[in-house]
Design a protein around this ligand. Sequence first.
Ligand code: GLU
Length: 480
Amino acid sequence: MIVNLDLDKKINVRTRVAPSPTGYPHIGTVYQSLFDYAFAKKNSGQFIVRIEDTDRKRFVEGAEEKIYEALDWFNLEEDESPRKDGLYGPYRQSERLGIYKKYAEELVGKGNAYYCFCLPQRLEEVRKIQQAEKKPLMYDKCCRNSSLLEAKKKVEQGESYTIRLKVPENQKIIVKDEIRGEIEFESNLIDDQVLIKSDGFPTYHLAVVVDDHLMEITHLVRAEEWISSSPKHILLYDFFGWEKPLFFHTADLRNPDKSKLSKRHGHTNVAWYQEEGYLPEAILNYLAHLGWSHPKEEEVFSLEEFIELFELKDLSPVGPIFDFDKLNWMNGIYIRQLTVKELSKRLKEYNHNLLKHPIEKNKDYEDEDIFERIVILSQSRISTLKDFFTLAQVFFENPKYILEDDKRSVAKALITQLKEIKDWNKDNIFLVFKNIMQDYKIRMPVLYGIVTGQEKGLPLPETLEILGKEETVKCLKSLV
Ligand code: GLU
């Protein structure tokens, strides 16, 4: 297929996300995937997941499955991937080693790459000298001009080698980034990059270019950290004579102190967001809002609307600040938009999968009606699913606090008066509270603390109405 990459022409759009299975799924991968997915859907194209597992030292068993689990949770369904075969596979780089080797050798044949036999010890010595002389750390090109015939002989004799890119000297290399414009690089400052390592695996640089080309990727979205590698990739496209995809380097997500959102700073692990009880659709909205501005400056919008309005070229080149207060606010809005039934279902799933709270303290909570009444009481008061289980703790846990003597006598009086209520409803419960507050000259927060062990939370009469007379009295008795 011949693709015309002029931004305005109609082409078959193909985007990809290319995570490395080196640990837990990163929120940045979701950020990239969202843009890839939305742009592919908008253009009736394909969104591809390619697993870049060529760095065997950093490979983590099971990390690939975690990537799929994360994409599934966000409902960002890919069209092609190692688990969803298509016409351009295999989609896992470790299964494509022969392909990279062939292309690297093609470059050697053309004089654009060369065999290098330098051993790690030698490279380390060169590096130390450069460091001492405060020079850029680069390969000293020792093998660059050796005879190809000699080199091939050594290869045949089984000598260990790498294949390096022959970066031309004294050239300007222009990287055209569709978000930032043209970026110019001096070729003399670019290292003769290893393309094939001594273990036969390609480096990222060769593999990414070969795969993006063979998989007919038209729009390449990746993090800004890769801009400095782009000139090497541009050289490779030119050496192979391939048309380049359009490049979009997204700005890094940042902490409020402007540092890059990283493992040590901020929360990068998708699992953390799940554990905290965020809704995937709220996170996606928040991420979209971070990287892109809605034409009407709306903050809350659906994925469908985003897909309709979004253009990759409108992504912001400025690193957005990841503001957890804002995310909480947005998550609260999404929680309130859910029907009570749906919210109840998600809370139960969340509890089952993550919190493992003993909801069955009172068997009645398994009863849809009662659970939904607790949900109705809480829905406007929570920002995350986790909040619910803190706020409504009184329903799920026996009291764990101890009352001081003076408060214990209040609790005793409460028990007596509550027991006398014939018609157990919030109004009658409130009347008892009023009496007790008058008799003991205490205010609501104190009474609240006596009954729940917390300073504030759900409205107390309503809470006790749902908790039921028997359970309420039982809880209070355990405190006196
Ligand atoms: N494998 C790279 C990473 O995980 C992907 C870079 C790219 O998208 O080209 O960061």
